[in-house]
Every structure is written in structure tokens, then in C-alpha cells.
Design a protein around this ligand. Structure first.
Ligand SMILES: Nc1ncnc2c1ncn2[C@@H]1O[C@H](COP(=O)(O)OP(=O)(O)OP(=O)(O)O)[C@@H](O)[C@H]1O
Length: 249
């Protein structure tokens, strides 16, 4: 498998009586773009956070290129894995430049802030601004720049476009896809939006009650494959598209 592949091996997480992730075994090829979709509470975020050890499994393990993520210190692991979530979590009292550099600085490295801003198509003059002087979409771009600044080759996105207007959301999605290709990333995107998953990912995993109930390509899903639960989710954007088409007739 190409570098930066991820594997789940009987991965389970229980919170008391709740089985958030239920014995998931699955491999994600290095360089692929995988979307994880499913209803609220189906276990998507829990599965994602076990990759960068924000959550530790109850049973089973996650490996990256065959090595257990639990081997070695979590901060070292997290420098390899960019993580962007809804709300971004920029430090409000630090400038954009300081926010982007923080991960690398802690590790004793420096970051080319201009290049990091170029990468996410932000003007270089935002470097000295504070996060609350940016739009939501710009803040999200800073979050992506920060996640990738330490040279991460894996990118985890947890509803990263969730709070944005549809136009900004679409533009950021396209940009993430470009960054994914340009930087040769392995990307895992958690989203409740099947249309976003179909348009951005190479492979769509559907979660339900802690299990992966469908594993298909966007083309397979669009042509009716993937099973009942997947098709129930595909029906939403399909019906919207049909209603729009009907309006034009
Ligand atoms: N820290 C926690 N303590 C107890 N239960 C938790 C905790 N985190 C998650 N859960 C439970 O685990 C299950 C899976 O949650 P998770 O956040 O992974 O779902 P999700 O699919 O990401 O949902 P959403 O789309 O709403 O973010 C849910 O039943 C949730 O209530």
C-alpha cells in the first residue's frame, strides 16, 4: 500500500453502555480521500478521533503504515496528522501567523507563513490579523493551514465546513480536494452531507450504530449501489437535484 495508509483492526469504543464504535476492521489506502457519513450519533467522530488518539479505543487498534498509533507519544503522532473540526479552535489571543506556527513552534521548528497562506489561498496580509478579524471561511482556511504546517500527510476533517454558507463551503471543499492531490495526502472527511461526500471523496463509508454498513465509490452510490442505508442518504441530494431540474422545465 502507498505511504500514509490507515487500518482499523477490530476497533471498538464504548462509553459506559453505549457502543460508539463496534468492532470496525477496515483499510484506507494511502493517498485516498474517504468520506465517513451517517446519522448523528452513529460513531463517525469517535472513529476519526481514534486515528489521532484524541480518543483511545476500548478494544482493537489503529495502525498507520502498519505501526500502531499507540506506539510512541501522541504529540509526535499528531504532527503527522492534520486535524480540522467545526469551529476550528484558533487561539483568539494569537495572530493568524502565530496560530499557523504554533504546532511547529512547540516542536522547535519554524514555518514559512507566506507559503502556508498561499497554500490555502489566503492573502499574505492576513498574517498579522487576529482570528476575530476574519470571516468564518477565512478562519477555516487558517485552520487548514495550521493543520498542514508541520508537514502532515494525513488530514482529518470533522464537519470542517459545517458552519459555513453553501458557497463558501463548496469553494473550501474544492480547495481541500486540490490540496489533497497537490500534497499527496490521505484525507478522511466526516460529514452528515451525502452530496459533499459524493462530490469530494473517492470512497464513501456509511456508519450506523457504530458499524460500517456501506463501503462504496461515489459512482456506485450514484447508480443505486451500496445498500439500503446508503441509498436512503443518497436519496436526499438526488431528490433535491430532481426538484431543481423540474423547476427549469
Ligand atoms: N465522551 C463521550 N461520553 C459518552 N458518550 C459519548 C462520548 N462521545 C460520544 N459518545 C456517544 O457515542 C456515540 C457516537 O458519538 P459520535 O460523536 O462519534 O457520533 P457522530 O456520528 O460523530 O455524531 P454527530 O454527527 O452528531 O457528530 C453517541 O451515542 C454519543 O452520544
Amino acid at each position: 500500500m502507498p505511504a500514509n495508509s490507515i487500518a482499523f483492526d477490530n476497533l471498538t469504543k464504548r462509553f459506559g453502555q453505549t457502543v460508539a464504535v463496534d468492532a470496525v476492521s477496515l483499510a484506507i489506502a494511502g493517498g485516498s480521500f474517504v468520506a465517513l457519513v451517517g446519522a448523528s450519533g452513529s460513531g463517525k467522530s469517535t472513529l476519526l478521533k481514534m486515528i489521532n488518539r484524541l480518543i483511545e479505543p476500548t478494544e482493537g487498534r489503529v495502525t498507520i503504515d502498519g505501526r500502531d498509533v499507540a506506539d510512541g507519544p501522541a504529540p509526535t503522532l499528531r504532527r503527522r496528522i492534520g486535524y480540522v473540526f467545526q469551529g476550528v479552535g484558533l487561539f483568539p489571543h494569537m495572530t493568524v501567523a502565530e496560530n499557523i506556527a504554533i504546532g511547529a513552534r512547540i516542536a522547535g521548528d519554524t514555518v514559512d507563513i507566506g507559503a502556508a497562506l498561499d497554500q490555502v489561498e489566503l492573502p499574505r496580509d492576513v498574517a498579522d490579523r487576529m482570528p476575530d478579524e476574519l470571516s468564518g471561511g477565512q478562519r477555516q482556511r487558517v485552520g487548514i493551514a495550521r493543520a498542514l504546517a508541520p508537514g502532515a500527510k494525513l488530514l482529518l476533517l470533522d464537519e470542517a465546513f459545517g458552519a459555513l454558507d453553501p458557497v463558501t463551503r463548496d469553494a473550501l471543499g474544492t480547495e481541500i480536494r486540490r490540496l489533497h492531490a497537490d500534497l499527496g495526502l490521505t484525507t478522511v472527511l466526516v460529514t452528515h452531507d451525502m452530496a459533499e461526500a459524493l462530490l469530494l471523496a473517492d470512497r464513501v463509508l456509511v456508519m450506523s450504530n457504530g458499524r460500517i454498513v456501506a463501503d462504496a465509490t461515489p459512482a456506485q452510490l450514484a447508480s443505486g449501489g451500496g445498500g439500503e442505508e446508503a441509498q436512503a442518504l443518497v436519496a436526499v441530494p438526488r431528490e433535491q437535484a430532481e426538484r431543481l431540474r423540474a423547476l427549469a422545465e
